[in-house]
Design a protein around this ligand. Structure first.
Ligand code: FES
Length: 132
């Protein structure tokens, strides 16, 4: 049912864990299955310098979290925002149709982490601008 790559990422997920003092955090959940995913990013010079995840979910949710961190690491924020659930699924050599929503969770988690960073970054900039 699962591709060789999905099983490999599920058994040996990359970038598992938290980042202390992250620049952005994305939290997403699937109300249907109850699975939860958190993605943490560290940003430097507009690039994702480090990325980690914590996922409580099915094998596909863990494999897609792992893959999305691999795909996003080192990318600019714009490039990372363009990653879709299909990119994640394709890199994993496909997912069973009923598991496609799991890859949506991973892409959405990444996008939310970036949005969180951009919100904080704008707030910081605003503070600097008004304090001068
Ligand atoms: Fe919930 Fe996979 S079954 S994310």
């Amino acid at each position: 049912m699962y591709s060789r790559k999905v099983i490999e990422h599920f058994q040996h997920p990359r970038n598992v864990g938290e980042i202390k003092d992250p620049d952005g955090v994305g939290r997403v959940g699937n109300p249907v299955c109850g699975d939860i995913m958190e993605i943490y990013i560290k940003v430097k010079a507009n690039r994702i310098e480090d990325i980690r995840f914590k996922t409580f979910g099915c094998a596909a949710a863990i494999a897609t979290s792992s893959m999305v961190t691999e795909l996003a690491k080192g990318k600019t924020l714009d490039e990372a925002l363009k990653l879709t659930r299909n990119d994640v699924a394709e890199e994993l050599e496909g997912l069973p149709p009923i598991k496609m929503h799991c890859s949506n969770l991973a892409a959405e988690g990444l996008h939310k982490a970036i949005e969180d960073y951009l919100k904080k970054f704008k707030r910081e900039k605003g503070r600097v601008a008004t304090s001068r």
